[in-house]
Design a protein around this ligand. Structure first.
Ligand SMILES: Nc1nc2c(ncn2[C@@H]2O[C@H](COP(=O)(O)OP(=O)(O)OP(=O)(O)O)[C@@H](O)[C@H]2O)c(=O)[nH]1
Ligand SMILES: [Mg+2]
Length: 452
């Protein structure tokens, strides 16, 4: 997409559908000229940040009663002149106002174009622009908190500080190489000390990646176990809805069933799976293959057993047989009595006793799940949680710095060390967008909605 900033773009920035108010936003230096063509009594000298009341006219007839305001460049979201027209929130009216704005010279904005302009005009860096998507898409309180931390510069500032300390070191090394008599070579110890501390800071940022994924996509909790132990019933009990089919026939669930649920400020994705046993037919075999894939993907597995019957040999080796790593053992059907008397299931983080039928123990199980996810995956959200793109850049930066450290320890010539150092600087610059290709920028902004 071309990134010309010389035209004025416009879009309906409120969601599709009818509502009390709908907003048409214009950004660019012709915003005032365009607005005056359609708003009755438009002031000759509009004052920034003041709210005005009037009518939008179409063919000199009143189309909608509106309030509007002007944010003068550079003090606006995009850094450009912005006019926002607050209309009544009917789709017909909004579309008509947008048509008038476009007929008067504006161009329909594409996905993410307002935020892209904010980025190009230096109002936001790339990590902050990404946080805008996260904030809009947040499905839980903690997700919104993490996105807000990132938007206010949490991650950007940390990465920028690391990058600038490496840049200073690079400048010193290069000056020493250019003017060896006047400046002298930078010592290996200095390089090692600085790069080590940057590597440690990068490791701390990388440790937030799992939490970032959980916040953006939801924590995946796979419900697995032998047929008929009550996995689907457990899913339904936890989300308090009849989502997955339950029957007394073993092998009822043939495919995975996913359902989102917010608990303790975290968005969970519970995944009900086909019961694990020797498959009876091709469909069941495929279902079990999906169960195995879910086990590998899950942040946490709930290994479900029937509490009312003695544990079988198969139950005993379920975790190892299917490669279950992090799991809670859940003994279901306790309303029928407790025959499987296991207080602590080997290999499980914790053990829970529930009845999906009566609801007993379900709240406690949810707490166990939330505790585990918060403890192991999320950590503190208030510094921001990196996303997959940041993770990839930071891994590259760390690798380059390991090269610098090896070089400094092995007394490699400084001009060679500088090559790795430059790579590390560039990789960190990609996080904030200081050094980033147009393709990456295009890809990021294509994930936005029109109007943001
Ligand atoms: N008494 C009692 N019955 C339960 C409980 N949970 C499930 N059941 C019953 O157990 C049977 C199997 O339940 P499902 O939830 O379909 O079991 P599943 O593990 O999903 O089974 P598959 O999909 O076949 O692998 C049904 O008849 C349920 O009503 C429970 O807590 N107590
Ligand atoms: Mg089932």
């Amino acid at each position: 997409m071309k990134s010309a900033l010389d035209d004025t773009i416009a879009a309906i920035v409120t969601p599709f559908g009818s509502g009390g108010v709908g907003v048409v936003r214009l950004s660019g230096n012709q915003g005032i000229g365009i607005s005056e063509q359609l708003i009755d009594n438009f002031p000759r000298h509009i004052i920034p940040s003041r709210v005005y009341h009037s009518w939008v006219l179409s063919d000199r007839k009143r189309l909608d009663e509106v309030i509007y305001y002007y944010m003068k460049a550079p003090n606006s979201y995009t850094g450009e002149d912005i006019i926002e027209i607050n209309c009544h929130g009917g789709r017909v009216v909004l579309r008509k106002v947008l048509e008038l704005v476009i007929a008067a010279g504006a161009r329909q904005a594409v996905r993410g174009e307002f935020t892209r302009r904010a980025f190009l005009n230096g109002k936001l860096d790339l990590a902050q622009a990404e946080a805008v998507i996260d904030l809009v898409a947040a499905r839980s309180d903690k997700g919104a908190l993490a996105a807000a931390a990132q938007l206010s510069g949490g991650i950007s500032q940390k990465v920028a500080a690391l990058r600038s300390s490496l840049l200073s070191l690079l400048a010193e090394i290069e000056a020493g190489l250019d003017f060896p008599e006047d400046i002298g070579e930078v010592g290996g110890e200095q390089i090692i000390d600085l790069c080590r501390s940057v590597v440690n800071e990068i490791a701390a940022l990388l440790a937030t990646a799992a939490g970032g994924r959980v916040m953006r996509e939801g924590a995946r909790v796979a419900i697995v176990g032998r047929p008929n132990v009550g996995k689907s019933s457990l899913l339904n009990a936890m989300i308090e809805a009849d989502r997955s089919i339950v029957s007394d026939q073993p092998g009822t669930t043939r495919d995975t069933v996913e359902e989102g649920f917010v608990f303790d400020e975290v968005h969970f994705l519970f995944v009900d799976t086909a019961g694990l046993r020797a498959p009876g037919d091709v469909v069941e075999e495929k279902g079990i293959a999906r169960t195995k894939a879910e086990i590998a993907r899950a942040d946490l597995v709930l290994a479900v057993f029937d509490a009312s019957a003695p544990l079988t040999a198969e139950d005993g080796c379920l975790l190892s047989k299917y490669g279950v790593d992090k799991c809670l053992a859940v003994f279901n059907k306790i309303d029928l009595g407790l025959l499987a008397t296991v207080d602590k299931f080997e290999g499980a983080e914790a053990t829970a006793f529930v009845s999906a039928l009566t609801g007993e123990g379900i709240d406690n199980l949810k707490k166990l799940i939330a505790n585990y996810i918060s403890r192991d995956k999320i950590m503190a959200v208030d510094g921001g949680l990196i996303n997959m793109r940041h993770e990839e850049c930071l891994l590259r930066a760390r690798e380059a710095l390991e090269g610098v450290l090896d070089g400094a320890r092995g007394k490699v010539p400084l001009d060679l060390i500088a090559i790795d150092l430059r790579l590390a600087v560039a990789a960190l610059g990609e996080v904030s967008g200081h050094q980033v290709s147009d393709e990456v920028i295009d890809q990021i902004f294509s994930g936005f909605c029109v109007g943001k």
